[in-house]
Design a binder for this molecule. Structure first.
Ligand code: EPU
Length: 446
């Protein structure tokens, strides 16, 4: 466990991923062999951390990945008055959060606007003290990411919401349970409204709710804290709220990161070899695994691992991104990279984020043959890609460039690779442990 900084409320940054400029250098081609362990899901742990605001006391959260978004959320919680102790690298200790009797109601610019998950503070802050000011969220650069469903749902619960000076200002004397029908099963809106609803008087029904494993993980955590939630994992959530809140801290272990696991599966699909990915529930990647088998990847699974074996070039396939249990939008850059080296013409149709295509130009620099037609990407597979100097624009795009480079001739430089550290715990080191020739250089900008 890392020592706390002088001010106990400030998490110790010294052993954590930072925001320095990084370049990952990959020399390909090389097959991957061995075992990797994936940690807890970024998109779960950030919401679990926000949910701790719902009750005073001390929490222990295990299986927390060492990623920079966790550090940002820790800083936000510290700014709200919590004591946060981050585990130091690979010591397997839990993340500890102690929430005070009264939390601040202002999550400021400078941290909150640097990542998307900060918006998840709104629900718990409102449930706890009836007011919240949260800077509009930042996050990955793949087009407009409105929060209208979050705010519309809160309004249904009786919250007055205004946007002033780039902040969401929300206030409710008393939230009342309501029926909320989401236009789309938004992960973030479902989670935010779930956390608000536990502090509303009476019953809230969230219809067309998201069913992602990370939403289920949040429901499990809230239930351990004493919340009454029915329908977890279905598209209708029913929450029996309570005001004042009668929740208590709980301990929890974060669900395995299915997106990181899928990254390694795609990596072995590109590079060839045999890799066992531990720490993931294969059922969370059911549709993807079916497709990869169709492409020629042999697979063996246990309750918590997937072994992928690739002894020949994979065949192309057609993918379509959809809410869970469909193929997640986060996987799209890996699938495009995979198709870039598969045999034949494949495609990926994006149904969630309009502009999630910026990495395509970077893959083209490596010789990939990719056409974009509105939300469809058509990819003609090449025998081999060529090394190039490419730039990561977001977490998943960056990881996709690294795994594409495993199948390219020569040394590829992936610039701005610090984006990858937002969601991957020592990605370069994990690939090295599988036999890949991967180095990382850091240009400190602090
Ligand atoms: N949307 C709206 N209005 C809203 C909310 C969402 O129009 O109020 C739209 C979005 O613009 C998008 C669609 O609904 O077109 C789905 O967005 P969703 O709300 O489900 O996504 P999110 O909660 O903002 C989370 C993950 C993303 C992941 C998506 C989809 C976090 C912090 N982020 O985002 O993860 O792609 O769900 O599964 O949980 C990543 O990890 O790299 C990442 C971007």
């Amino acid at each position: 466990m890392s020592a706390l900084a002088k001010d106990k409320r400030q998490p110790d940054r010294s052993r954590q991923p930072d925001c320095s400029g990084r370049t990952i250098l990959v020399r390909g081609p090389a097959a991957l062999r061995g075992t990797v362990q994936v940690g807890g899901a970024k998109n779960s742990v950030l919401k679990l951390m926000a949910a701790t605001l719902l009750a005073e006391g001390t929490y222990q959260i295990a299986n927390v990945p060492q990623i920079s978004d966790v550090l940002l959320m820790a800083e936000l919680l510290a700014a709200l008055g919590c004591e946060v102790t981050l585990p130091s690298h690979h010591d397997q200790e839990p993340l500890m959060i102690t929430v005070p009797e009264r939390i601040a109601s202002f999550a400021s610019h400078g941290i909150a606007d640097r990542f998307r998950a900060s918006v998840a503070l709104l629900g718990p802050m409102l449930a706890r003290h009836g007011e919240a000011v949260v800077a509009l969220p930042g996050g990955d650069d793949f087009g407009a990411r409105p929060i209208d469903m979050h705010l519309g749902g809160l309004a249904n619960l009786g919250v007055e919401v205004e946007i002033i000076d780039g902040c969401v200002q929300a206030r409710a004397k008393k939230m009342r349970g309501a029926t909320i029908r989401l236009d789309f099963p938004s992960v973030g809106a479902t989670e935010n409204l779930l956390m608000a609803a536990v502090g509303a008087t009476g019953t809230t029904v969230i219809d067309n709710a998201a069913r992602e494993p990370e939403v289920v993980d949040l429901c499990d955590f809230l239930t351990k804290m004493g919340a009454r939630i029915a329908g977890s994992g279905t598209n209708t959530l029913r929450i029996e709220g309570g005001n004042p809140l009668s929740l208590a801290p709980a301990d929890h272990s974060v669900v395995g990161d299915r997106i990181v696991a899928a990254t390694f599966l795609a990596a072995v699909g590109i590079a060839g070899g045999e890799v066992t990915v531990k720490g993931v529930n294969p059922a969370h990647l059911g549709v993807l695994c079916g497709k990869l088998r169709d492409m020629g990847m042999a697979m063996q699974t246990t309750d918590a691992s997937i072994t992928a074996i690739v002894s020949a070039r994979l065949r192309a396939a057609k993918f379509s991104t959809l809410p869970y249990p469909g193929v997640a939008t986060d996987l799209k850059p890996f699938l495009v990279a995979l198709l870039a080296t598969a045999e034949g013409v494949g495609s990926v149709t994006e149904n969630l984020f309009a502009q999630r295509f910026r990495y395509v130009n970077e893959l083209r620099l490596m010789g990939a043959d990719i056409r974009i037609d509105t939300n469809h990407v058509v990819v003609e597979g090449q025998d081999r890609l060529q090394a190039a100097r490419v730039t990561a624009h977001d977490i998943r795009a960056g990881a996709a460039l690294v795994i594409a480079a495993l199948g390219a001739h020569g040394e590829t430089s992936v610039l701005e690779a610090q984006h990858i550290a937002r969601g991957y715990d020592d990605f370069a080191g994990q690939l090295r442990s599988l036999g890949a020739e991967v180095r990382e250089t850091v240009v400190n900008r602090r």
